[in-house]
Design a protein around this ligand. Sequence first.
Ligand SMILES: [Zn+2]
Length: 535
Amino acid sequence: MSETLYRKYRPKNFAEIIGQAHIVRTLSNSIKNERVGHAYLFTGPRGTGKTSIARILAKTINCTNLKDAISCEKCESCKIITSGKSLDIIEIDAASNTGVDNIRELRETVALSNASLKYKVYIIDEVHMLSTGAFNALLKTLEEPPAHVVFILATTEIHKVPQTILSRCQRFDFVRLPIQNIIEKLTLITKSEKVKIEKEALEMIAISAEGGMRDAESMLGQIISLEDKNITVSEVEEILGTADKKTAETTAEMILEKNSSGAIAKVNELLENGYDLEVFNKSLINYLRQLMIIKIDPALKKYFSSEMTSERLEKMAELSKKAELSQIISAINLFLEAQSKISSFILPQLPLEIAIIKATNTFPEEIRSENDEEISKIKTQISKPQLKNQNLEEKDNNLAIEQFNNIKTEEKNETVENIDMSTVRSNWLKLLIDIRPFNHSLSALLSNCQPTKTEGNIITLGTPYSFYCERLNDKNNRLTVEEVFSKILKSQIKIRIEIDKNLVLKKEEEPPKKSEQNSLLTDALKIMGGKVVEE
Ligand SMILES: [Zn+2]
């Protein structure tokens, strides 16, 4: 069925080609001006019309009744070419075993006079697959092409085609087709096949084809063959499994509109319907990424035209105006962080829900209550007797618990000119948490430090390890810490980092290992000051 659709609706002439307008225009003009080249090279992704246009070019230059570079379909040349029986149109698939033999034959036959057509046309598909020997043979022919011969080389991998060949060809770069072009063609097909299909369902097929017309036609074929003659969005969703993509868009919009409740509901709906949340999260991250890029420069949206309809692109451009760049980037970081946790967590939706809550607000109520939850978990952990066997100093425990409690008391920050130690200590945990969306590893680094003294607005952090000292002294890291701490303490804070060999951190503390720990709890434990042993 799919192959039938593709063959059945293959364009017959330049007028019927949808998309690649720049190529069609140039080729048509050169034919109108009677400037037919000897060698053309068509390069671009699969399914973007290279072979179709090669065949039309072969027919057009041979049509004896040409009007405005459109083949007539009625003359003997057109008829024999359409029937596929012309001895003068030679298609070689370089990817097949016979490709090399064909090229050898080509050298022998190329000089022979044509059977019936004006031009003998060699269409060599996947030309990059030719062996060195075959390329050399081809090159010899291209160097002195007989007047009545035209070569059309097609490839998906231009970088594998030798420069010597490239330099002898007129090159045409085929692009992925924009969604609109694919929809246009699919609409033609469905009308002709008398199939009713919802507009949105067509869009979904077009988006899934990722710019390849052949793939789009093939998908449509599959759907038509499976379904009745009335195709709905949900049927297409089911077949293509694209619900997550669309939900990702809606969810991203909700997040940027700070509608955490709506976004959480979407995630849970997907889960209930059996969708893979990892796949969904990837779509979500990709959508946010696109939004970020459009925010940087709306002109860059052209790179997504094969993934999205122009209506949706417009909507994205609108949305990007409303959202802050920092908000988008922070959301991307949060969902990237959630990605690895989805599969390893008992409740796969939880990492996403936390990311949504964090991404939808500028750290007010919700995030505190979430921290409270983590804190209470940690308190439970700490009170477990097993921890006593892990060389944890009681003093550290108490300090840790004191810090957890202090997080609630620092809610109302006054402007502070001279920072005192107790203010720093009571806000230390908040720093570790607030800095995570900016830089996850920085939070882990800081958990191996302790504030040791304050002078005016300068806070000195001590760590017994030179490794941490170096990392934290890195300009970007230091500036990030200063920025976040300044925000928390509502004062211009400077940070100084010192090695303090006398500082007692917990014994197990080593420079961070490469292996990432997945569970939220261990993560939480890690940031809560590094005072608590691992799970
Ligand atoms: Zn004709």
